[in-house]
Design a protein around this ligand. Structure first.
Ligand code: NAD
Length: 364
């Protein structure tokens, strides 16, 4: 197998590069390294051109609007590529209302990317998986040998995707690294629709004066890593020859309950008076996640830098500077964002682009 030692001079393809984490990977590549080119493949389902605005006039960056499931698209972009970093996906809540489409992108799409990477002879496929492949922690901290018992179709499809990526290495000799980020937050994160995650959703709610919403007990824990750290960790892995053939967890090793996260946000927003509202448990919501980051540190010597309070303060400022009102943002942050997608034919001014909660969906 060929060895990857640097992304300087490399032609890098980033799938899902217009999305939340992917766009920070593009930033990390173009800001911190000297790649010959960075080509983003994104169908813009949840990604945004604005996320790449810093580089729109940079001749090294190109955005190809396309579907990773389309083999002809992947063959064309990978023809001259050295490295592919595969992040394109549909999210966990999407998998609750649209499991087949979720599987199609996260599992089938990963197979297509892997096969195209194999046939193009890239020198590295960095496949981005997820801690959701584990399901809830059976022990903590969770190392790479923790059992993989996903609780959602998303987790199952991500597990299939990473297995296909490893198969490209084991069966066909393609240099492959599988990264499993745990929960990531930071600028450009999604507060809206079925992509909305707890930190951005809670921030926009509290900025608009609404109480944060917790599901079940609110004692579920996560290992939250700042997106610049996640991106830097992925780049560090891509430059680590010793990581080829490995599957590596990516997180901070610190565990925080959802309730505690709300307290940090309340302080950052200046609304400690807003007590969390408890709703019934969400489907497929895992109870506990906490990373054992030993393998990542041993392989790369890399460790995350951003403290949660600082990352949250930055995100609050980012939303405040977005040019949108707090009420507009909060209106997009559905608290029950796992319901059935609104069919296009039924969309009107009030439901366009949103998903319905199960009860609402049933009544339509
Ligand atoms: N956000 C997290 O906390 C987290 C945690 C662990 C792992 N991950 C993984 O990180 C990766 C990026 O996630 P994210 O949070 O940035 O999500 P995101 O939705 O912001 O980014 C995914 C991107 O993929 C694009 N996309 C979707 N379907 C596509 C298709 N068929 N073809 C091409 N592009 C398509 C979307 O438009 C979007 O820009 C994913 O693989 C995800 O599983 C994310």
């Amino acid at each position: 197998m060929s060895e990857v030692t640097t992304l300087d001079g490399a032609r890098v393809v980033v799938t899902g590069g217009a999305g939340f984490i992917g766009s920070h990977v593009v930033d990390a590549l173009l800001r911190d390294r000297r790649p010959r080119s960075v080509t983003v493949v994104d169908d813009l389902t949840n990604g945004r051109r604005e996320n790449l605005a810093t580089w729109s006039d940079d001749p090294r960056m190109a955005l190809v609007v396309g579907d990773v499931r389309d083999r002809s698209v992947m063959d064309a972009v990978l023809e001259d590529a050295d490295v592919v970093m595969h992040l394109a996906c549909l999210g966990v809540r999407h998998s609750l209302h649209s499991p087949e489409e979720n599987h199609s992108v996260n599992a089938d799409g990963s197979l297509t990317v892997g096969l195209a990477a194999r046939d193009a002879g890239v020198r590295l496929l960095l496949h981005v998986s997820s801690s959701e492949v584990f399901g809830t922690a059976q022990y903590a901290p969770m190392d790479e040998r923790h059992p993989t018992w996903p609780e959602t179709v998303y987790g199952g499809a991500k597990l299939a995707g990473e297995a296909y990526a490893r198969a490209m290495g084991r069966t066909y000799g393609l240099p492959v690294i599988v990264a499993r980020p745990f929960n990531t937050y930071g600028t450009r994160s999604h507060h809206e629709g079925d992509s909305g995650e707890i930190i951005p959703r809670t921030i926009v709610r509290m900025l608009a004066g609404h109480a944060p919403v917790l599901y079940g007990t609110g004692e579920q824990t996560r290992d939250f890593m700042h997106v610049r750290d996640t991106a830097a960790g992925l780049v560090a892995l891509a430059e680590c020859p010793a990581a080829i053939g490995e599957t590596v967890n990516l997180g901070t090793g610190r565990e925080l309950a959802m309730r505690e996260v709300c307290e940090v946000i309340a302080d950052a927003v200046g609304r400690p008076d807003l007590a969390p509202e408890l709703l019934p448990a969400r489907p497929g919501d895992v109870g506990r996640l906490m990373v054992d980051a030993t393998r990542m540190e041993m392989l790369t010597g890399w460790a995350p830098r951003t403290e949660l309070v600082d990352g949250i303060a930055e995100l609050v400022s980012w939303f405040r500077a977005s040019g949108r009102t707090a009420d507009e943002l909060a209106a997009e942050a559905s608290t029950t964002n796992w319901g059935r997608a609104v069919p296009a034919a039924l969309r009107d001014g009030t439901t366009a682009g949103r998903v319905l909660a199960p009860a609402q969906a049933a009544s339509r």
